[in-house]
Design a protein around this ligand. Structure first.
Ligand SMILES: Cc1cc2nc3c(=O)[nH]c(=O)nc-3n(C[C@H](O)[C@H](O)[C@H](O)COP(=O)(O)OP(=O)(O)OC[C@H]3O[C@@H](n4cnc5c(N)ncnc54)[C@H](O)[C@@H]3O)c2cc1C
Length: 389
């Protein structure tokens, strides 16, 4: 047991044990490898995760949830990240984009309509924000929602939308105001993914095989006024107000993944012998492994601090950026140095470290590129006051 695990409350221990039981049953290591090899998304696991109560953990009791705070949600994310990133990724989609959005800016009618299905794992919501010309500069989106007699007609092109095909709804950002660019005049819509006028084209990529990505075309997609979630024209600020949930989710998840990746490298380094001794007995390798464990523990501390801030409803924009940066760069470096330590055994398509290596390249630029997040931290320090992008 790790020292941080020793500090868990009884409730938290029960949650960890329940995630471990779920993973033993549904995601043993060979199944994780098979799903990655065969590009099988984890959508079939959603009802079992719902039944285990994972999605209801952070939902207030008066809305049908278990009423626990974000520290418990972060535990599930870390633990799922250890067992299989694919399960953690779909968990984060339900919790980070779906539940957080509906709970934070959904109307009472939307809460009643969406919360039960999200909590039971009946369906999930994907985020459709990025466009070919609007990546880090997300406020540059051009997709437009035109007012019609009955609601809106949405036209535009989104790119790199994860799990768009499995999702029942796309949380779609589109312009409703006159502004051609910028944060003002953007509205969020919950658009059924099978609505007339939506075209999904799969994108080929190098990692995260169980999280299919799509180019999503919107051609005069008609939705009613009840598809609007939050205030008309204020959607960008709504998204920004919930970003700490998705960054906290990613930070917790990749911390668990880094622990799993390092475990595999340590196991290899202690059994692989060269020059008549285990390679872990060479100090250069032992110290490298020790440094990586220090960084994982640091990530876990930052995630724990962030989760406590979220649980207490305190501001955490900077802490969520910092935790996301530290955790994603830790996993990237565990995977990269793990590959060096495992050498040919790691380069084999059969190894687990190659999966972490491929997958980890996404996280330092997804959910806010680390460069852009560093910029926001620098602004907090009073730097870049003028001439910032
Ligand atoms: C597999 C995958 C899944 C994704 N899933 C989703 C999804 O579900 N929904 C969704 O909406 N989007 C999704 N995205 C999009 C993702 O959020 C974007 O890739 C990300 O925002 C970065 O945008 P970009 O790729 O266009 O890079 P760019 O914005 O072109 O950035 C390129 C480089 O320039 C740097 N840069 C940019 N601006 C600055 C600046 N001001 N200062 C310093 N450096 C800067 C960046 O850090 C980066 O290194 C996904 C992407 C991928 C690859």
């Amino acid at each position: 047991m790790q020292s941080m695990d020793a500090l868990l409350t009884e409730d938290q221990r029960r949650i960890v044990a329940s995630v471990d039981r779920f993973a033993e049953r549904h995601l043993p290591p060979d199944e994780v490898r098979r799903r990655d090899r065969e590009h099988i998304p984890p959508y079939d696991l959603l009802p079992a995760m719902g039944e285990a109560g994972f999605f209801a953990l952070g939902v207030p009791a008066d809305m049908g949830g278990l009423g626990l705070d974000w520290t418990h949600v972060a535990l599930v994310q870390d633990r799922l990240g250890r067992h299989g990133y694919m399960a953690a990724s779909i968990f984060n989609r339900v919790v980070g984009f779906g539940l957080s959005s509906v709970l934070t800016y959904g109307s009472p009618a939307q809460k009643a309509a969406f919360l039960p299905g999200l909590m039971t794992g009946t369906f999930f919501i994907a985020l459709a924000l990025t466009e070919p010309g609007a990546g880090s500069d997300a406020a540059a989106i051009r997709t437009r929602a035109r007012r019609t007699a009955n609601g809106y007609a949405i036209s535009g092109n989104k790119i790199w939308i994860s799990d768009a095909k499995g999702a029942r709804y796309l949380l779609t950002a589109a312009r409703t105001g006159p502004e051609p660019t910028g944060a003002n005049g953007i509205t969020l819509f919950l658009v059924p993914s099978d609505a007339k006028g939506i075209a999904l084209n799969p994108l080929a990529k190098i990692g995260n095989n169980c999280m299919p990505s799509f180019d999503v075309g919107f051609d005069e997609v008609e939705v009613g006024e009840d598809a609007v979630i939050g205030e008309v024209g204020n959607g960008f600020r709504h998204l920004m107000s919930t970003l700490h949930f998705s960054r906290a989710s990613m930070a917790a998840t990749v911390t668990g993944a880094a622990q799993a990746a390092l475990g595999g490298v340590v196991a290899h380094a202690t059994t692989r012998e060269q020059f008549g001794r285990p390679i872990a007995s060479f100090q250069v390798i032992a110290h490298r492994l020790a440094d990586l464990q220090i960084r994982i523990d640091l990530s876990r501390l930052m995630v724990g601090h962030l989760a406590t801030l979220i649980a207490r409803g305190l501001p955490c924009r900077r802490e969520s950026a910092q935790a996301k940066i530290v955790a994603t760069e830790t996993l990237r470096d565990v995977a990269d140095q793990g590959m060096q330590i495992m050498a040919s055994a790691g380069y084999s398509a059969e190894s687990d470290i190659q999966r972490f290596w491929r997958d980890s390249r996404l996280y330092t630029f997804g959910e806010g590129a680390n460069e852009v997040l560093r910029d926001s931290i620098a602004r907090d320090l009073g730097l870049h006051a003028k001439g910032r992008p």
